[in-house]
Design a protein around this ligand. Structure first.
Ligand SMILES: [Zn+2]
Length: 349
């Protein structure tokens, strides 16, 4: 893999990841961008009752919302049209978000473009490109985690307008948080309590239980296991774990790394076959990684990916309504065992 680093006109960093070691990507950004426009006023506040961190990012209201395809900021630049990516072509590109929720001492937000092809999706990539995306996620995690003040790196993809996507081009995001997210904090508390009580690792026991039961297992590779969790919150939700427990992407072994593209592409393609609809299934794909601080929390953690859709039927979406938004009490209309059976049924032949 070749990595080329450059700067955009307003000083933001852009990185190109290429399979071809000869790729030349250092093109100047000729746009007249005002660097002061990227100054942010984000603030991290703590909810006094819950202890959860909340980011107040009031500067983001002016960001680009669903531009037409010919004005896409994630397509490569052409002689007549400049985008966020100055190069005329790329494989995978990462750059600092122009409208970040987190910046400066509140962290960093990056955009990762999976392909220069505006009209495709992650599920439409080939295994080589998916492997390059994994290499880029890994590189970003290692570099951001090493930065002063960063406590957790989160790589994710929102796909479909139903999930709040504001750009149609296949892309994901990488957030470097200056705190451990509420979800991870709660998970770690549960894992630590279980260790105190039993001496065992809760992540490992959950995966072992799912494998022994089998009714919710969706896919088993040699190095990865995918299942619908016992108490799934979302209509179709899959958790993907490497067989060998590691804290984060940089710690992933070569075998698991080599098998990931096939397994993940298969899961995404199954999601697209769930419903009889013209457009692909909306989803959120979220990498859960250990906090960056060395210590027990990091040693206890299990890197995994959580993939879920807000669609519960061809004509129905799952909304986070009164119970979920008001009380964090999820009501799931699809039995996890039925969701798993359906996800096995739509396997590639
Ligand atoms: Zn595009």
């Amino acid at each position: 893999m070749k990595r080329t680093a450059a700067r955009l006109a307003d000083g933001r960093e852009i990185l190109y990841y290429d399979t071809d070691d000869g790729a030349a990507r250092a093109f100047p950004d000729t746009r007249a961008l005002d660097s002061s426009a990227t100054v942010t006023t984000s603030e991290v506040r703590r909810d006094p009752l819950l202890g959860d961190a909340v980011v107040i990012a009031s500067h983001r209201q002016g960001r680009t919302h669903l531009p037409p395809a010919d004005a896409c900021p994630l397509c490569p630049s052409t002689p007549g049209r400049t985008s966020e990516i100055p190069a005329p072509d790329y494989e995978v590109a990462v750059f600092e978000n122009r409208y970040p929720s987190l910046a400066g001492d509140t962290g960093r937000c990056e955009v990762i473009c999976f392909t220069p092809d505006h009209g495709t999706s992650f599920a439409g990539l080939d295994e080589e490109r998916a492997a390059l995306v994994l290499a880029a996620w890994t590189d970003r995690t290692a570099e951001l985690a090493a930065r002063e003040g960063i406590r957790q790196v989160y790589c994710f993809e929102n796909r479909g307008t139903e999930t709040g996507v504001t750009l149609a081009h296949p892309h994901g995001q990488i957030y470097a948080f200056p705190y451990v997210t509420p979800r991870t904090t709660r998970t770690l508390a549960g894992v630590a309590a279980h260790r105190e009580r039993t001496g065992g690792n809760l992540f490992e026991e959950v995966v072992a239980r799912e494998l022994a039961d089998g009714s919710r297992v969706v896919l088993e590779g040699g190095h990865w296991t995918a299942f619908v969790p016992y108490a799934a919150r979302w209509p179709y939700e899959v958790h993907l774990y490497p067989r060998l427990r590691v804290p984060d992407l940089p710690a992933l072994g070569d075998d698991a790394r080599a098998e990931f593209p096939r397994v993940y592409l298969e899961l995404l393609r199954r999601f697209d076959r769930l419903f009889d609809r013209p457009e692909p299934t909306p989803y959120i794909s979220a990498w859960h990684q250990a906090p960056t601080d060395a210590g027990r929390d990091r040693d206890d953690f299990a890197l995994h990916l959580e993939l879920f859709t807000v669609r519960r039927a061809a004509d129905k979406l799952k909304y986070l309504a009164g119970t979920e938004s008001g009380m964090e009490a999820f009501m799931n209309d699809v039995r996890p065992e039925d969701a798993a059976a359906r996800l096995r049924e739509v396997a590639s032949r």
